[in-house]
Design a protein around this ligand. Structure first.
Ligand code: SER
Length: 362
């Protein structure tokens, strides 16, 4: 396994798909454009729905991205657990009426085993219940033994948003070993324990779901794949959680330095450090995409994250505003891929400072 850094994995992914004739697009904004069904972008395919349905012509029929994403369903759990996060990056390759299952599976396998050099014996695949075609590609072409291919139902292996492109999927899991497992001899992907972690979701986008929940077949079958960058980085770096990943850990260390605190010495304080580590990435990227604190919609999400992070700064004994300085660490690290962060550096710091000051007054 190649012990690559977070930023290196992202470039390796985009390079690999460019070599396979994909157009690497910059990330779309976190703000959905012309799509009232979403508050924030939370998946690589979300800003490209119109390319899947044929409503708009894509710039190329093979595209790859590293998409900025925010999911806010679990804000209250961020920090409490090692696993929850609001901001993450999703790596994806997409086919708009071009290649389908065979290429998507072969390329995913090639990237994981040839480029990242993950031991193939530690990888498993799942397929949708009756998807014999995907099953045969995994088994006969990739050579994955039948024992490591699991058929799962709609809850696990069908991907959809509230409305729009959707379809059955095939997921790739990494086996972290028995020590992370539940001990059940039948433990395999689909089990609730931490042994098998999903690293890549290959969606065979065949339907367009309407507001009534009806599925309409798309004229062209498409591919939408999504691999959480932090997830694959934690596999390669043998990290137990996202906070141990190189670039993210560097932010955590900057917070500890500001608070003059040694991580791992106090449970409550560790939680605060984790909350700030997560939230500072989210708010830096949100403001860079022009989401400013307000009392409704996206602005309210931003305000909530800033205030929550500020409150946890207090728990750490940090006096006064500090997030407006900490955002520099995020910008300096992530600007390698997201140039807009550097371009918006001053605005980001100013907006954060204003909100921190408002919060400190209350
Ligand atoms: N849309 C799928 C997901 O978000 C694959 O990209 O997991």
């Amino acid at each position: 396994m190649k012990p690559l850094g977070l930023h290196e994995i992202r470039s390796a992914f985009l390079d690999y798909f460019e070599q396979n004739e994909h157009l690497a697009l910059p990330s779309f904004s976190l703000v959905p454009q012309g799509d009232k069904s979403l508050l924030l972008i939370g998946a690589g395919m979300a800003p490209m729905k119109k390319f899947f349905t044929g409503e708009a012509e894509p710039p190329a029929h093979r595209v790859c991205t590293s998409q900025k994403c925010i999911r806010t369903g679990d804000i209250e759990n961020v920090g409490k657990t090692d696993r929850h996060a609001t901001f993450f990056e999703m790596l994806g390759n997409f086919s708009f009426g071009d290649y389908f299952k065979r290429e998507a599976i072969h390329w995913a396998w090639g990237f994981l085993t040839d480029v990242l050099e993950i031991d193939p014996n530690l990888l498993w695949a799942t397929v949708y219940l009756d998807d014999d075609e995907a099953y045969a590609i995994w088994n006969e072409e990739i050579g994955l033994p039948k024992e490591r291919i699991v058929r799962l139902g709609k809850d696990d292996n069908f991907w959809e948003l509230a409305v729009g492109p959707s379809g059955p999927c095939s997921e790739i899991y990494f086996d972290r070993g028995e020590k992370h497992g539940c001990g059940d001899p039948d433990c395999k992907p689909g089990c609730d324990c931490d042994r098998y972690i999903e690293v890549w979701n290959l969606v065979f986008t065949q339907f367009d779901k309407d507001e009534e929940g009806e599925y309409h077949p798309l004229s062209n079958p498409n591919i939408d794949t999504g691999m959480g960058l932090e997830r694959i980085a934690s596999v390669l770096q043998d990290a137990n959680n996202i906070f141990e990943i190189d670039a993210i850990h560097a932010i955590l260390e900057d917070i500890c330095a500001m608070a003059d605190y040694e991580y791992g010495t106090d449970k409550k304080k560790d939680e605060s450090v984790r909350v700030i580590t997560d939230h500072i990435r989210a708010i830096t990227f949100m403001i860079s995409d022009s989401i400013v604190p307000s009392n409704e919609g996206r602005g309210y999400v931003e305000r909530r994250l800033t205030r929550r992070a500020a409150k946890h700064g207090r728990n750490l004994g940090i006096e006064g505003a500090f997030l407006y300085k900490l955002c520099e660490s995020v910008i300096d690290s992530w600007k390698v891929q997201y140039k807009e962060l550097d371009d918006n550096r001053e605005v980001i710091a100013r907006v954060i400072l204003r909100e921190e000051e408002r919060f400190l007054k209350t």
